[in-house]
Design a protein around this ligand. Structure first.
Ligand code: SF4
Length: 567
């Protein structure tokens, strides 16, 4: 049964004006919340989350607001202050971001809670005082703390007082703004427990504004992502966290240390624009898959699957490569050896996908099938929407490139460094010789190789293993690939060279935004960079999912075991 919304926001715009200066904050925001349900509001600082809360509370008094905020069927925008005051705290309450400044420093915190009861429920002081003691208990505080001043309380205790104050009048809607900020993990967990218990007991609907993704995952049914004052994604929390549609939401999730405790975190490249400062998609300057329309037309928020919405001209994160039902059997002296069996793989724009498995599990064969170096017995590979039947995707600009485990396999030892890096462009006859030289020279510093004439003229056989592998990566990068497949490229390097190469590769991927399939038997190395992962064993994909699910699944030793027992 679908519940009538308690809160419905339509086309909400909010801006501040200072003299002739207009500062837009919220831009055509739509959302709804049913009674008793919880909505998570996520986004980087400055995206408009707190302004939205203030608008719903009727506290954004100096702002110019257009659009609708309907609460229980009553339109709140345009109400006179006297009418609004009937809703504020009685029906809609806000737990402010924890700060000493929220409190009056010269009045005890108990008196401040009691004042709320006196003013909004009309209680006399004696009853309000009794009620305050009860609220303190509900919030997990001994009533004796009523007599304290705000500066005498810890951050966690002040947060509890703010919650006691907000639920004092039994509101139908509670907005909680960053309740876990500045709390240590134990205090944050206790705070989440308290809010959940109070909600179960009092039955209010809740908007939870938080950067804490695990709390959002635990406490909310639905999620809304705000970016530069606009809603860019909305949907059921579990579905959004497991498979975000918008590249920005994915970036927020991938930067979450609680999910990816072992991974090097990189954050989202670039910074958000000021709301209203761009005419097209506000995420365009940071988006790895932006297209021609993106900088000029704002994408509308449209349906993107069951109960999901996304604002993206491409319908959300697009798929770069998709392999379905790949099969490959080799005939070894009359013996049929199944190298790859029913393999399905999807790689999306801008993500790092790991393919892990023991030596001989079929990883390299699968990589060769993906780039059409081998033809599958069954199944198909689709690259950028086109079925792959030959090597066209690997011999063009903006295609895909495979970097081999052994650089001597790919690079002729007789070529000089410059010739080796330039060779893919020479083969495809890209532009002029001078353009090709310039492109090759530009790729060398990306992989931390010198552009000195002496080094450029060195034959590749005179390079160290690490240098040769960097030349291989530079050869791939000169073609500006949208997908890089790195097949055990660190396997022949010492640990220090491995670490340097891995960080360099991830740094390039982060900056340039290409997708990467990182193939390795080394689970410890792989999980430093993988957003998602597939585990291959005896030619079959035996596990897949987000990096944190696969590498920290219920039985991670199973993955390690599968790999170690055959290495
Ligand atoms: S593809 Fe375009 S519309 Fe979609 S998020 Fe990227 S820049 Fe925005």
């Amino acid at each position: 049964m679908t519940l009538e919304p308690l809160l419905e926001i339509n086309d909400l715009c909010l801006e501040y004006r200072q003299n002739d200066l207009v500062i837009p904050v919220l831009d055509r925001v739509n959302l709804s919340l049913a009674p008793g349900k919880t909505l998570g509001l996520i986004g980087e600082s400055g995206c408009g989350k707190t302004s939205l809360a203030m608008a719903v509370m009727g506290l954004a008094k100096s702002a110019r607001i257009t659009g609708d905020i309907r609460f229980n069927g009553v339109e709140l925008t345009g109400l006179k202050e006297k009418e609004l005051a009937k809703f504020r705290w009685n029906r809609i309450a806000l737990v402010f971001q924890n700060s000493q400044e929220v409190f009056n420093p010269v009045i005890t915190v108990g008196e401040q809670v009691a004042e709320t009861l006196i003013r909004h429920l009309g209680l006399n002081r004696a009853v309000a005082s009794q009620q305050t003691a009860s609220l303190f208990k509900q919030a997990g505080l001994e009533p004796v703390w009523q007599n304290a001043y705000a500066h005498q309380l810890s951050g966690g205790m002040r947060q509890r007082v703010l919650i006691a104050m907000a639920v004092a009048c039994s509101p139908d809607l509670l907005i909680v703004d960053e309740p876990f900020t500045a709390l240590d993990p134990a205090a944050a967990s206790a705070m989440a427990d308290l809010i959940v218990t109070l909600q179960q007991h009092l039955g209010f609907a809740m908007i939870l504004i938080s950067h804490a993704m695990p709390a959002i995952a635990r406490m909310t049914e639905n999620i809304v992502t705000l970016y530069a004052g606009q809603v860019i994604e909305a949907g059921p929390t579990q579905a959004v966290l497991a498979d975000p549609c918008h590249p920005y939401t994915r970036g927020l999730i991938n930067a979450c240390p609680e999910f990816y405790g072992y991974k090097d975190l990189w954050g989202i490249a670039g910074t958000p624009p000021s709301p209203g400062s761009v005419s097209g998609c506000p995420f365009c300057p940071r988006c790895v898959q932006h297209g021609p329309n993106c900088s000029t037309r704002r994408p509308p928020l449209v349906e993107a699957g069951k109960s999901r919405q996304v604002a993206c001209h491409k319908g959300g994160i697009t798929t770069v490569l998709e392999a379905r039902g790949l099969e490959k059997t080799f005939d070894l002296n009359g013996t049929a050896v199944k190298a790859v069996h029913q393999a399905d793989i999807t790689i999306k724009f801008g993500e790092v996908v790991a393919l892990v498995g023991p030596s001989g599990s079929g990883k390299s064969t699968l990589a060769h099938l993906l780039v059409a170096l081998e033809i599958p017995d069954k199944g198909r590979v689709i690259f950028q929407g086109t079925p792959l039947t030959d090597n066209r995707a690997t011999s063009c600009m903006n295609g895909m490139q495979l970097v081999f485990q052994d650089p001597t396999q790919a690079v002729s030892p007789r070529l000089t460094v410059l010739e080796a890096v330039r060779e893919p462009l020479d083969i495809m006859g890209w532009k002029t010789q001078q353009d090709r030289d310039e492109k090759a020279l530009a790729a060398l510093p990306l992989v931390h190789l010198s552009r000195d004439t002496g080094f450029l003229n060195q034959p590749c056989h005179a390079l160290s293993g690490g240098q040769r592998q960097r030349v291989s990566v530079a050869r791939a990068l000169v073609t500006d690939p949208v997908l890089l497949i790195a097949d055990e490229i660190t396997a022949m390097l010492d640990p220090s060279a491995q670490a340097h190469l891995l960080r360099m590769l991830k740094g390039l991927q982060h900056k340039q935004g290409f997708s990467m399939l990182f193939i390795s038997h080394d689970i410890h190395l792989t999980r430093k960079i993988a957003d998602r992962a597939y585990v291959l064993d005896q030619g079959k994909i035996v596990a897949k999912g987000a990096g944190y699910e696969v590498f920290e699944s219920t039985d991670p030793s199973e993955i390690t075991f599968k790999i170690q027992r055959r290495v």
